[in-house]
Design a binder for this molecule. Structure first.
Ligand SMILES: Nc1ncnc2c1ncn2[C@@H]1O[C@H](COP(=O)(O)OP(=O)(O)O)[C@@H](O)[C@H]1O
Ligand SMILES: [Mg+2]
Length: 222
């Protein structure tokens, strides 16, 4: 499903080279539920960005369903993402000129399957049934995050990549999101790769990859 080999990422900052991922290799099988954990600054967000094809590695490869992301041009990579990947990144903003429901519909439209009903249903499942007509600026940070989650789920992606999807949420909303993601994995076979500090969420994963200082220091099955 998703395979990365010898992934390395080096940033240049202030004339210094900073290698934040070193020789990362692992394979994620279809239907897997993987938690990526590790201290702040260990490279988790960088790794997720490379897996999503949002960022390019300095060295190494990422394959999604047998296609090497780095070998595709930006158009084909964007299309592959729209077809197969849902992602929730903390920095990935909602479109400010669209309502919550319209934002959730965007991936459905990209796939040529617009459905206002499905968008409304998903907003209900993240506890925002009555916020569909609100614009992002009219929603709290946690509400915007839930809209972003509903958007990531809306096209029933084969792979869901999420960076701390329950961070910044109250316990009850977080529990609802955990149920939603666990259900996607169990009922639809959605492959989940989640960066999380949430012990309850990490406990649901069937595999935990531990990063430290840009290297894999643990890879264990639950
Ligand atoms: N665009 C960037 N330019 C330079 N350094 C960066 C950039 N993005 C991240 N880093 C550095 O890479 C390291 C890993 O960051 P990150 O992947 O965000 O870690 P984590 O998500 O585990 O907290 C950090 O030291 C961070 O400062
Ligand atoms: Mg991070």
């Amino acid at each position: 499903m998703l395979r990365c080999a010898s992934l390395t990422k080096t940033y240049l900052s202030g004339g210094r080279r900073l290698t934040v991922l070193k020789d990362i290799t692992f394979t994620v099988e279809p239907g897997a539920f993987v938690a990526i954990v590790g201290p702040s600054g260990s490279g988790k967000t960088t790794l997720l960005g490379l897996l999503a094809g949002l960022d390019r590695p300095t060295a190494g490869t990422v394959h999604l369903d047998g296609e090497e992301l780095g070998a595709l041009d930006e158009d084909r990579r964007a299309r592959l993402r729209a077809e197969k990947i849902g992602f929730v990144f903390q920095s990935f903003q909602l479109i400010p000129t669209l309502t919550a429901r319209e934002n959730v519909q965007v991936p459905l439209e990209l796939r040529g399957e617009p459905s206002a009903e499905r968008a409304a249903e998903l907003l209900g499942r993240v506890g925002l049934a009555d916020r569909g007509h609100h614009y992002p600026a009219q929603l709290s940070g946690g509400e915007q995050q839930r809209v972003a989650l509903a958007r990531a789920f809306s096209s029933r992606p084969r792979v869901l990549l999420a960076d701390e999807p329950t961070g910044n949420l109250d316990a009850r909303t977080g529990a609802g999101i955990i149920e939603l993601m666990t259900g996607l994995n169990r009922d639809l076979g959605t492959t989940l790769v989640l960066v999380t500090h949430d012990l309850e969420l990490a406990a649901r994963a069937r595999r935990t990859i531990r990063l430290s200082d840009g290297e894999i220091v643990g890879d264990t099955a639950a």
